[in-house]
Ligand binder design. Sequence first.
Ligand SMILES: [Fe+2]
Ligand SMILES: [Fe+2]
Length: 316
Amino acid sequence: MSQAEPAAEGVKTEMTGWGQDTLPAVRAPEASLSLPAPGENLPPEEGPAGDEANGLKANSQRLLVTLRQAMQDLMQDQGPSPEEKGALLYDLLLAWTRQFYNSPQCRSGPLLDVARDLVGTLYRLLAAAPRLGALALSFRRLDAGLAGHCLNVSLLALSYARHNSWPETAARTLGLGALLHDLGMTALPGAWEKSGPLNSDELELLRRHPQGGVQLLTPFPQLPGKVFLMVAQHHENADGSGYPLGLPLAAIHPYARLLRILDTFEALTSVRPWRPPLSPAKALACMLYSGAHGSEFDLRLLENVRRFLDRLTAQA
Ligand SMILES: [Fe+2]
Ligand SMILES: [Fe+2]
């Protein structure tokens, strides 16, 4: 594990047991969510029946094959620069994310395998590209909705991992968790684009979206346990004021603490119906101010991220 990886010096003692990339080592916080065992007690998924459902599955299968082939062709093609390959890979991942988020009937283990491979390929590409900083910001689409947000956070997470020379397995887990972190928001259609305040029912649903995301991923126990923790804990705050459980810092997985920071940065620097995007420098200044006057964030990690973002924006 590299020095700047979240479970590094300073949190090792409190995080004993987090090091394994397997589900049993990271079960405790999930157990407190009373989650169903894989495949059990899931609410029946409503969706189109008959021909329409078969058509969706056939489309999903086609997308799966297309993505795999496109990824292979892209990486074997000697023509494009790493930056151009990165931009194309970003588009493939955006197609994947839209499909996985928007079509519940199409979610499958093989589709998740494709995402894992795409994320791993992007991570390797980030290593090969000389202008890492420019890659991480220039690919971003600022108006691509929920799927675009999740992909952008994933790209930032992969870039952070690359900046700190994480091993690929750890980076892939981090990138996959970031890609899936807001899956539970699909239970709240329209909230992402809503320009006015949410009503009380919508707020209640919003606060449940971390558990909702975990439930939607429960049929896929092959995902690393850290991915489930990232989804479950990405709105927990360092001072215990977050949701859904109000966990103290020591109980929040370091990957989820990192995601809390990158998720906020991405949100602040993206278009929202009620405001234009902040510049990266302004967003970072807001987060540092917030860190100095409250404690939503793990301050040690925030400092690591500040150094990473300083370099990233200087290269962009
Ligand atoms: Fe979220
Ligand atoms: Fe998010």
